[in-house]
Design a binder for this molecule. Structure first.
Ligand code: ADP
Length: 306
């Protein structure tokens, strides 16, 4: 079974002609409300593929929390680990202009109240899980406790998003650490957060090199996702390319979440890392052909059909 530990947010989206400047008010479209947050997204993505999946997360005792619970249950996720209360449900306030550029304000809310004690209280879920997957939209101390709570023989998968430098204890547990180009830069620590330049002189321009340097920081394995270019898998056995699946992309939202969920599920089912990454690339490729995050995640049959 797969346990996802992470965030659950309501994404509140308004289309605007122009994103407002300071002090300005603009009129926008009707409000669209979507279930989101990286933890909730990964759990739905895995369950839709057929994985037995549980989510450990915290939501508020409010209407957005109920919306998130409903979307998890509809996908077949075990929600016994979804804790309620302590703060309002996490919210992402998103304005999108006609060119697709957006401005986003996130209120972590209840996600910030998912504590190490909550992790310890969920020991039963950890013991039932072959693979545990996490991201960084919850407190880092909680992620540290996740690593300490892994059952013997179970595997830890981390997508460090939003990225920040990681303690050695967390890095050492990752098998794999899954990063996109931006996350790779921040974890490598050689380039300022938000710098548009990839890699940086210290590490060279080749993703193969970043994968090797990341691996040297302690994880058991590393996956670098490269959008339409596919991915790279690095472990003690070396660095391997995972071919991209050619598709007409319409919306890349959720690609990384569905990739990570698919990879975690396949690892739990006994696939090798390169096999799991190749399958995950097929899942990510389907997700980018559809709009939205959770709405875009395919079933296993839809992946096979392509
Ligand atoms: P993130 O969403 O975290 O930035 P990526 O954009 O690297 O992650 O996407 C994750 C994975 O989804 C990629 O490794 C790839 O397998 C797949 N993917 C993403 N964009 C495309 C695309 N345009 N065409 C095909 N596959 C894609």
């Amino acid at each position: 079974d797969l346990l996802v530990v992470g965030s659950a947010n309501a994404d509140l989206v308004i289309g605007v002609e122009r994103r407002p400047a300071a002090g300005e008010t603009v009129l926008g479209s009707d409000l669209a409300v979507h279930p989101g947050g990286k933890g909730a997204n990964q759990a739905v993505a895995a369950a839709r593929l057929g994985a037995r999946t549980a989510l450990l997360a915290r939501i508020g005792d409010d209407a957005y929390g109920r919306l998130l619970l409903d979307s998890q249950r509809a996908a077949g996720v075990d929600t016994v680990g979804v804790l309620v209360g302590g703060a309002p449900t996490g919210i992402a306030l998103i304005t999108v202009d006609p060119s697709g550029d957006n401005s986003i304000v996130v209120s972590p809310g209840a996600n910030g109240r998912l504590t190490p004690e909550d992790v310890r209280a969920a020991a039963g879920l950890f013991h039932a899980s072959r693979v545990v997957s996490a991201q960084l939209e919850i407190p880092l101390e909680t992620v540290v406790e996740v690593v300490r709570s892994l059952a013997p023989g179970s595997r830890f998968v981390l997508n460090p998003s939003p990225p920040r430098p990681l303690p050695a204890e967390v890095l050492a547990a990752c098998d794999p650490l899954i990063v996109n180009e931006h996350e790779a830069k921040v974890i490598l620590g050689g380039v300022a957060v938000g710098d548009a330049e990839v890699g940086g002189a210290a590490f060279g321009d080749r993703p193969e090199d970043w994968a090797r340097v990341l691996l040297a920081k302690g994880p058991k394995s590393v996956v670098v996702t490269l959008g339409s270019q596919g991915a790279l898998v690095a472990s003690a056995e070396g660095v391997e390319r995972v071919a991209a699946v050619k598709v007409e992309a319409v919306d890349t939202t959720g690609a990384g979440d569905s990739f990570t969920a698919a990879l975690a599920w396949k690892l739990g089912a006994g696939s090798s890392l390169p096999e799991a990454a190749a399958y995950a690339a097929r899942v990510g490729a389907v997700a980018v052909t559809r709009r939205g995050a959770q709405e875009s995640f395919p079933t296993a049959a839809e992946v096979e059909a392509r």
